[in-house]
Design a protein around this ligand. Structure first.
Ligand code: PLP
Length: 322
């Protein structure tokens, strides 16, 4: 249950002059601990909260990738990860993309898969990934721990942008990494404390509140997404409809970039906005951000809580402009 909000940055030592459970906010704070307990329970491991999904992946990679090492990243997955690793290339990080439905490349020192990938919606070959000698990190933001639990599948780290469906209301920025190995937990915790990759009490509190409704939001969004994906698949203006069989995200293609722009700007209920996993449905062309990484006509639909018929009516009207 969400408790009180404690914004303290420091707590007094005990009567013997020793630090208690909380002394300085960068190490640990009560709202962080509370939400980490809940996240750890959902995922089946020990959770660490971060101030963004990107903060979580940064903490994980700085801790787990050896200097000069190679990270194998799922192609067609969240483009920000590859951008980050390329940005860090001067520090010796070598990032190679690979088809996550196949085994990872031999030379990988760390593997980052995404279940399912955003926005191409492929699922990793978990068996092949965990059979590799390198540790495996799985970003399961789109599935949530309700549908995919990477630690149970043999991965070393389960990663989430908690900004998305875990928070669920488009009003916070956070990330989470969950592990089962105690030694790895301590190493990640030390990196987090020393780099200051720490989420605020307000963020932790809001995330804990969001988690209370995760299961009902997820079920409803998923049922609507499944229905919309089937109808999109049958629509004459849609050349490809992708739905991985779980979750709230659908991606579909119209003829070209101009058609995608006309469709995304023609909706009345659905927001033309970025991000995913919130209560309100959003649609956007991903080519504007990802360039040649994704088809020009690809539209990403993050299905929210609105009525399925209202959403379909809106999409049908917008698709008339394709
Ligand atoms: N992972 C996935 C699958 C995402 O979609 C995103 C953001 O869109 C991130 C990670 C990064 O998360 P954040 O924006 O919370 O830093």
């Amino acid at each position: 249950m969400t408790g009180s909000l404690d914004r303290s940055a420091t707590w007094p030592y005990d009567e013997a002059g020793e630090p208690g459970a909380f002394s300085y906010v960068r190490a640990e704070h009560p709202n962080q601990v509370a939400v980490e307990e809940e996240l750890g329970r959902l995922e089946g491991g020990r959770a660490l909260l971060y101030p963004a999904g990107m903060g979580a992946v940064t903490g994980v990679v700085l801790t787990m990738l050896p200097p000069g090492g190679t990270i194998a990243v799922a192609a067609g997955a969240y483009y920000g990860h590859k951008q980050l690793f390329d940005h860090l290339a001067p520090w010796g990080i070598d990032a190679v993309e690979y088809d996550q439905t196949d085994p990872p490349p031999e030379r990988a020192d760390l593997i980052l898969v995404e279940a399912p990938s955003n926005p191409l919606l492929t699922m990793p070959d978990f068996e092949a990934a965990v059979a590799h000698a390198a540790p495996v990190v799985c970003d399961a933001t789109l599935a949530s721990p309700l549908r995919v639990r990477p630690l149970e599948l043999g991965c070393d780290v389960a990663l989430h942008s908690a900004t998305k469906v875990l928070g669920g209301h488009d009003d916070l920025l956070a990330g989470v990494a969950t592990v089962s190995d105690d030694d790895l937990y301590e190493r990640l915790h030390l990196t987090r404390r020393l780099t200051g990759l720490v989420a605020s009490a307000d963020t932790a509190w809001l995330l804990e509140r969001g988690l209370q409704t995760l299961a009902v939001r997820f079920d409803r969004m998923e049922a609507t997404a499944r229905e919309l994906a089937a109808r999109l698949d049958a629509h004459p203006a849609v050349t490809v409809a992708r739905y991985p069989g779980l979750g709230f995200l659908v991606s579909f293609d119209v003829a070209d970039g101009a058609a995608a722009r006309r469709v995304e700007t023609a909706t009345a209920v659905i927001e033309n906005a970025t991000s995913l996993g919130g209560t309100r449905t959003k649609l956007e062309s991903r080519n504007r951000w990802e360039g040649e990484r994704c088809p020009e006509g690809l539209l990403r639909l993050s299905v929210g809580l609105e009525d399925v018929e209202v959403l379909w009516g809106d999409l049908e009207r917008a698709l008339d402009r394709a």
